[in-house]
Ligand binder design. Structure first.
Ligand code: HEC
Length: 372
């Protein structure tokens, strides 16, 4: 054999010798020899074809490249849909699809495929934008329903004007890429649904808006400690509160009103923010939603704490005193609105609305928008 690389080790191994009759220094492998690591027994893994169907779609011979198996019909989409369109291709992954596999597939996909098929598989890769033939989007129904073997087959043997990538991408990685394409398809599907496949964008927002979760929630353990300390503080101030009640009744109620307004403001303010978040469907509220919900859960307590205000209204509000009202024409006029029964009734209605919003958000949130 004429030397290819003069002076190399290979040169010596393959050089012409007289020992064998054919003059070759190395022997041809015996027919049927399988080199170690090259026993491709697992048909489904190595070909993506169902066992026994290997010959149905022979790998492209390099001299025929770049044309691999042709897209069926070459023009129109195949009449058959889903796995029926690719009857020989396996429908189940012959490898375990783990997170690592999909991550590896993503990396390989972005290296080998995204230039043409685009990062989301829509076929808008940079090479296509520069004039290369555009492939069908992986997010079309036909390819969403195609069996996994079809993708593996296209990478392995090429597909139409797409060349084979078997030489560059090891078998395992070809499956990893296929797994990632499936993940891409799933991710894009939700995207389409969300941005309104068949429904308006507004409706899509409402769907998200309606998804109020009320699963069981376990507070972190350190909350107990905070709760205990808060109780101690509460107990101490309750004593001062009672003492204050006996020392200066008027001041007691003024202070009570002030404190009530402060704490009620936190609960009701949280409720307002929560409802705003449900109405707009904005993602910004997700992180604070549980905190807001917790704050609104104190509303029943706020209702109970409102009772002393009604009871002490005579000390707090001048307009509850008949003599004062009679002396002031302005107050007399206002008394149609500012009188204790109406004041209490109004408060009852407000609390009913607040409590309903806080405790039964689902039906109200669902009512807020059109059903999709
Ligand atoms: C150089 C551009 C290019 C690259 C890189 C490329 N493809 Fe393709 N691919 C195409 C084109 C173009 C077609 C459509 C061929 C046709 O219809 O003739 C195609 C077709 C396919 C199909 C068949 C789609 C169908 O309609 O059934 C699959 C699956 C596929 N490619 C997967 C891949 C994967 C996976 C990779 C990465 C390993 C990849 N391709 C890399 C250009 C490319």
């Amino acid at each position: 054999m004429p030397s290819r690389h003069a002076g190399s080790a290979e040169d010596e191994a393959l050089s012409l010798i007289n020992f064998f009759r054919d003059g070759l220094s190395t022997r041809q492998p015996i027919e049927g020899t399988v080199a170690r690591g090259f026993l491709k027994e697992d048909t489904e893994f190595f070909t993506g074809k169902k066992a026994g169907k290997v010959s149905a779609n022979p790998p492209a011979v390099p001299s025929q490249a770049p044309a691999g198996p042709q897209p069926s019909g070459a023009t129109a989409a195949p009449a058959l849909q889903g796995p029926a369109a690719y009857p020989d291709d396996v429908e189940v992954f012959p490898i375990a699809v783990t997170k690592e596999v999909v991550t590896r597939g993503k990396e390989r996909y972005e290296i080998f495929c995204s230039a043409c098929h685009g990062l989301t598989g829509n076929g808008d890769g940079m090479i296509v934008r520069r004039g290369f033939r555009r492939a069908a989007s992986f997010n079309d129904d036909r390819l969403r329903q195609a069996p996994v073997g079809h993708f593996f087959d296209a990478i392995t043997n090429g597909w139409g004007s797409m060349p084979s990538y078997a030489a560059q991408i090891p078998t395992e990685d070809r499956w990893a890429i296929t797994a990632y394409i499936r993940a891409l398809q799933l991710s894009q599907q939700t995207e389409q649904k969300r941005s309104g496949a068949g429904t308006s964008g507004r409706c899509a927002g409402d769907k998200r808006r309606a998804s109020v979760t009320r699963g069981p929630y376990n507070a972190p353990p350190n909350v107990n400690r905070v709760q205990q300390r808060a109780l101690i503080v509460g107990a101490v101030f309750t004593v001062i509160f009672v003492v204050g009640f006996f020392l200066n009744r008027d001041q007691f109620f003024y202070s009570y009103l002030f404190a009530f307004s402060f704490w009620a403001g936190i609960s009701i303010g949280a409720l307002a923010l929560l409802m705003l978040q449900h109405l707009t469907g904005g993602g910004w509220g997700l992180v604070i939603r549980r905190v807001l919900e917790a704050a609104t859960r104190t509303l029943p307590l706020v209702l109970i704490l409102f009772v002393p205000i009604v009871l002490g209204a005579h000390r707090i509000y001048k307009w509850t005193d008949a003599h004062t009202v009679a002396e002031h024409p302005v107050l007399t006029e206002k008394s149609k609105y500012l009188n204790l029964p109406f004041f209490t009734a109004r408060a009852a209605i407000y609390f009913a609305i607040w409590l309903a919003l806080a405790l039964f958000p689902e039906p109200l949130v669902a009512l807020a928008g059109p059903h999709c």
